[in-house]
Design a protein around this ligand. Structure first.
Ligand SMILES: [Mg+2]
Length: 161
């Protein structure tokens, strides 16, 4: 089965808590509504790095972010990422129920900065997937995804199953 790499935007790709932003990040102003702009910071290196990770393990890249489908229009193109599937959240329990359904029995690497929330749901999610590779990789929103996080992902996929 095709392994899965899930990507959150705010935190892992847009290090909102970094002051100042590391030099590899570039500012982008995203239009939200008619007159408001939201400034985010992205590292163009992340696109190729994530694509390479997915290629190495024959994995699918997908979005798991509250940006939802806007990740494909506002974020992906700025990183050189193709159009990706979007995990949609429609219920209680944070992202876990929707991710559990989408990932199903597939090995999973998931980058997010909010695994510390909803600890009970987190334990439940990990427990139900205990027979499967399940790497919830916490990314500090003050750093964004670094080489260490990518190494952690490779290590997880290199283990079986
Ligand atoms: Mg986030």
């Amino acid at each position: 089965m095709k392994p899965l790499v899930l990507i959150d935007v705010d935190g892992p790709l847009n290090p909102w808590a970094a002051h100042p932003k590391p030099p590899n990040y570039q500012p982008f102003d995203i239009k939200v509504g008619w007159w408001r702009k939201l400034r985010i910071h992205l590292d163009p290196g992340h696109g190729p790095q994530l694509r390479q990770l997915a290629e190495e393990f024959g994995a699918e890249l997908a979005w798991a972010t509250t940006w939802s489908h806007r990740a494909n229009t506002e974020i992906g193109p700025r990183l050189g990422l193709p159009n990706l599937k979007v995990v949609e959240f429609a219920e209680q329990g944070w992202k876990y129920p929707a991710v559990a359904r989408y990932a199903w029995e597939r090995p999973l690497v998931w980058f997010d900065d909010d695994f510390g929330l909803h600890r009970e749901k987190n334990r439940e999610f990990v427990h139900k997937r205990r027979h499967l590779t399940t790497a919830l990789i916490h990314v500090d929103p003050a750093t964004g995804i670094t080489a260490e996080h990518l190494a952690e992902a490779r290590k997880a996929f290199s283990r079986n199953p």
